[in-house]
Write a protein that binds this ligand. Sequence first.
Ligand code: NAD
Length: 459
Amino acid sequence: MLKITNPATGKIVAEVLEDNAASIKRKYMLARDAQPAWAAKSLGHRTKVIRAFRAQVAARKDELARILVSETGKPLQQAMSELNGLLPRIEFFLDHARKTLRPRKVHDQDGMTEVISHEPLGVIANISAWNYPYFVGANVFVPALLTGNAVLYKPSEFATRTGLEIAEMLYEAGVPQTVFTTVIGTGTVGAALLKQPVDGVFFTGSAATGKAIAKAVAGRMIKLQLELGGKDPVYVCDDVDPVAAAAGLADGAMYNAGQSCCAVERIYVHENIYQPFVDAFIKEVKGFKIGDPLAEGTYIGPLTRAPQIKVLEAQIADATKKGARLAIGGKRIRTRGLGKGNYFQPTVLLDVDHSMTVMRDESFGPIIGIQSVQDDAEAMVLMNDTSYGLTAGVFTKDRKRAERMLGQARAGTVYWNCCDRVSPRLPWSGVGDSGIGLTLSTYGIETFTRPKAWHLRKA
Ligand code: NAD
């Protein structure tokens, strides 16, 4: 049995039956048998079913948000924001599937016609993360189902109840149980799922697991997509209002207790405005309400996974040993009745540099290093000094200055005067250890298909 613990209280909230090699094999065989009939249904039918799923999410979002809070510790308002944000994301896929999947005539001359069609991949494995389970899940299973694939969906062990709710809503909406199937358990179960001869693996999670998955499927001629972590930098130029920039970036760093793949993880500030920026940033962080994720106004809840506390403590110890200054925070919270949960103080480290792990390794917590830089050139070098490449941002009044820098940024997504933002209209992808492949946008529909080339000569 998989025990599900509430990160805010340490209490077990549910026990769920885990899959094993035999049950996974059975689920795979059923999915394999069911997929052709699902692909043979009209796109209109599949669209109707996903629209019905969307309606269920909309109708049940209060209850779904509380379930999400119970297993991830995400503050209720942020859980509601995720569910509210899911609705337009699904709409995007519904609105764009037909045009994206329409067979395309690319040549028609002298009796010879050439057409490209989009064929489903077949049966795909979707191994998912817990930090935004509705977003990262739906980025895969919605377009995968719309394009006629069967999906073996392994929710994170930290978002299992949410995964089971997603499945129930899809079944209620009309997706056959053999076409979308949950595979429940920890990483061991994920590894067992990869042993099945699936046609594609779509993974969201850490770079370390992504690399293990790439090794596990090496040599198999199947599609592999890896949406991994980041160490996302932002540079604050000297022409901006430091108070406004600090407010936006504190939110970008600390929202969901910093547990976002595109959370701001490193900040570089032009030396001319370094001090006012730091003062405003600390003031902003001091204003964040920490506590029970179900309480009104809570902004920072517990960390979802207890072991992450040790990662943050190690990064802080490493940084301070090498000369960083702890401006605020730095410790696990044991007071105010929060001791049984995985609460960590929002933490700001100053005088940091790239010899410190806090500026190199993903923190995935409410902790940030702020470094002063002399000019744009120094900022640019530091921003690109990373094995990751998910997002990068520049805050400046000058669009040209931003575009010059963002053009050089080695990242899948770049931001001007904004951060920690995802749009269904734009592709979501990473460079380096942030992964391969993409989700979202019309490319994120096509990615669940393979193009088939038709050469048609009139007799
Ligand atoms: P994780 O790598 O620990 O786990 C992700 C999933 O992989 C879980 O379902 C887990 O059970 C499974 N898993 C673990 N070991 C496995 C193995 N050997 N074989 C197969 N499956 C295995 O990541 P997490 O803690 O769930 O998520 C946090 C990470 O995800 C962060 O690094 C974050 O940046 C990243 N993330 C990236 C994106 C993106 O879009 N790029 C989005 C959200 C989260």
